[in-house]
Design a protein around this ligand. Structure first.
Ligand code: 3NM
Length: 210
């Protein structure tokens, strides 16, 4: 897969008065280079409409587009890949359905990371590093020590996630994370692009030239 640094995930509850596509475009302009549609509230039709709009947006900007959970929506909207949790369809089954599209897997312990790597995941999520209110069914924070464990052992790309803010991201980077995902901190910001640029600066990346 095309490498990435800053992973942005949709969460419309954090911008109730702003348009989804507008907010995600600001994230991309700020340098987010992979976008995930994550939406537990919409029905299939609405989800497909959002997926198609985000597909058009991400294609325009040349960034990767991932759909959370819904393989059918990912296929129909021609997303670049899907992201699955530990309780979703097993990776091997998902692989049969999506072929060579990207498969990302959420992991919360090193055994899960090892298994995802062995089964052919393209990348893994590593979290929740800190406490988060964004994901309802999430496990207790795994802390930066899990980030260090993965950094030392796992060879596929991993992205640190969960409670990551500009105020605590230094710790996560120091633990070995080269890719960061922040949800509420990005889409809930009054300055979405500026927040993305600030994360990328922390990661040691130059501003995207647009
Ligand atoms: N997955 P925020 S934590 C979608 O640990 C998601 O797998 C997680 O949101 C995991 O940046 C999470 O607002 C939510 O804390 C992260």
């Amino acid at each position: 897969m095309k490498d990435f640094r800053l992973y942005a995930i949709t969460a419309e509850q954090f911008h109730p008065n702003r348009d989804l596509i507008e907010v995600m475009e600001e994230a991309i302009i700020g340098g987010a280079d992979i976008i995930q549609l994550r939406d537990k509230a919409s029905g299939k039709e609405e989800l497909l409409r959002k997926a198609q709009a985000l597909r058009e947006l991400t294609r325009k900007h040349g960034v990767t587009f991932i759909v959370n959970d819904h393989i059918d929506i990912a296929l129909e909207a021609d997303a670049d890949g899907i992201h699955l949790g530990q309780n979703d369809l097993p990776l091997e089954e998902a692989r049969k359905l999506v072929g060579d599209k990207i498969i990302g897997i959420s992991t919360h312990a090193i055994e899960e990371a090892r298994l995802a790597e062995a089964q052919g995941a393209d990348y893994i999520g590593v979290g929740p590093v800190f406490r988060t209110a964004t994901k309802a069914d999430v496990v207790d924070p795994v802390s930066v020590s899990y980030v260090s464990e993965v950094a030392a052992e796992i060879r596929i790309p991993f992205v640190a996630i969960g409670g990551i803010k500009l105020s605590n991201v230094d710790e996560v980077i120091a633990a070995g994370a080269a890719r960061i995902c922040a949800v509420s901190e990005i889409v809930g910001s009054d300055d979405v692009s500026g927040t993305c640029r600030a994360f990328l600066a922390k990661l040691g990346c130059k501003d995207k030239e647009e």
